[in-house]
Structure formats: C-alpha cells, structure tokens
Design a protein around this ligand. Sequence first.
Ligand code: ATP
Ligand code: MG
Length: 260
Amino acid sequence: MRILAITNQKGGVGKTTTCVNLAASLVAAKSRVLLIDLDPQGNATTGSGIDKAGLKQTIYHVLIGKKTLKEVIQTSEKGLFDIAPASRDLAGAEVELVNEIGRETRLKLALAELNDSYDYVLLDCPPALNLVTVNALTAANAVMIPMQCEYYALEGLSDLVNTIKKVRTHLNSTLEIEGLLRTMFDNRNMLAQQVSAQLVSHFGDKVYSTVIPRNIRLAEAPSYGLPALVYDRASKGAQAYVELAHEIIRRSKAKANVAI
Ligand code: ATP
Ligand code: MG
C-alpha cells in the first residue's frame, strides 16, 4: 500500500483535480485506490459524485476518533475508486484536536487498520500547512506537489519543504518527496516554460516527466461528479492523468526492485 499526500499550501494549483483524475486513472490501470478528502471544502467528495449534504459520517469523525475509516468509506460509482468523504465539519477538527495526545498521528493510525486493502491511498490536502496537513504528511510514504509554473510558485515551495523536513525530524523519518507535478501547463506561455525549466534544473528527476495541460474538460468534469476519464476519455486532460498513473506505477515498481 503506497500512501501519497497530494499537497501544496497554495490554493487552486490542481491538488483536487489531480487526486480525482489520478484515482480514476490508477483504477483503469488495475490498481485498488482509496481517495481521502482532507479538505473541509469537500471538492474531492463532490468531484467524485458524492453529495456532501447527505453525509452523516466523514473523515472528520475518523480524526476525532468517533468512527473507523472503514465505516466512512464509500465507493465512487463512476470513478470506481473508494473515497473517504469530507464536509465543512472538518474545519472544526483543528480546534478539537489541539489538546489531544497523538493529534498528529490520528490518520496514520486509522490507515493502519486497512491492512493493505489498497494499492494506492491518495490524500487530498487543504490549502494550508495545518494540523490536518501534518496528519497527512505523518501518514504518507511520500508527497506529491502539484504546482502551476508561474512566478511565485517557487517561493511557496520552500515553506512546504521546511514543513516536510520538520515532519521528518519529529513524526515520519521515512517521508519522501515523490515528485513535483506541473499542472495547468500552457506551452505557449514563455514564463511557464522558463519556470518549468527552472524546476527541472533544481529538482531533476523529482519533476514528473508527465505534464498536465490546461484543459477545459478537466475543469468541467467535477460539475458532473465525474473524473475526466469518464466525462471525456479522449480529452488531453484525461489522457495526461492516464500517463501520470503509468509514470507513478513505474516509479513504485522501480522502488520495489531496489528494496529487494
Ligand atoms: P484548493 O487549494 O482550493 O483545494 P486545488 O489545489 O485542489 O484547490 P483544484 O480545485 O484542483 O485546485 O483546481 C483549481 C481550479 O482549476 C478548479 O476550478 C479546477 O477545475 C481547475 N483546474 C485544475 N486543473 C486544471 C487543468 N489542468 N486545466 C484546466 N483547469 C484546471
Ligand atoms: Mg482542493
């Protein structure tokens, strides 16, 4: 079971779009996938076709210890992956957990109960370096950082990398940076090309070779509660996430070989 935290404290960089579409693409590649929505906005939940209004139990109840993860997991009918949904109540978890012992390891403990029932667990983080994000980083094997290739992209990255270093020191010594993902990429934009080249020269093969283009189908699909792979299979956006899934599977296999 490989647990990936999809995180960037910058808002609107494509975290949720990546989670939903990567989940569907990993399923299409015959992997068993659980998506965990860790954002009170609940975008991954609605984007997976689940109605937030009717939810009685969510990841919030797992974090505060009222439910097990298995009790809140649902199946996204169209995406064919499982999802632990979130809704607005998750915003309260931060305050409720603040004085609790083991507040950073709630998610890690909840995931241990799954006993490898999935090949991939994707954690859709909120746009903040808060306690919920720290729970994700503590539970994860690796971090995936989606980013837009624009002027300020690199500035925010150093805060995130510092948080990752702190989590490594205190909570999760084996946490890796799995990769940086260029999202909403527009090849005709000179600045995007320059920032992209800078990223590659800085981070080398930590930058996924798959690039996600700006594609209207990726933006439309969530309003139908569908991954782009189901909404418009042939679209450039859907196909880019299929390619990303293959790249991630190749990377996981290469790691497994090294471990042997
Ligand atoms: P937040 O920080 O609020 O959680 P996020 O990082 O999860 O945001 P998304 O919600 O995935 O970002 O994307 C932000 C907006 O950009 C959404 O409206 C989404 O539909 C759109 N979007 C994401 N990726 C693409 C893309 N490759 N092409 C076009 N639109 C995209
Ligand atoms: Mg999001």
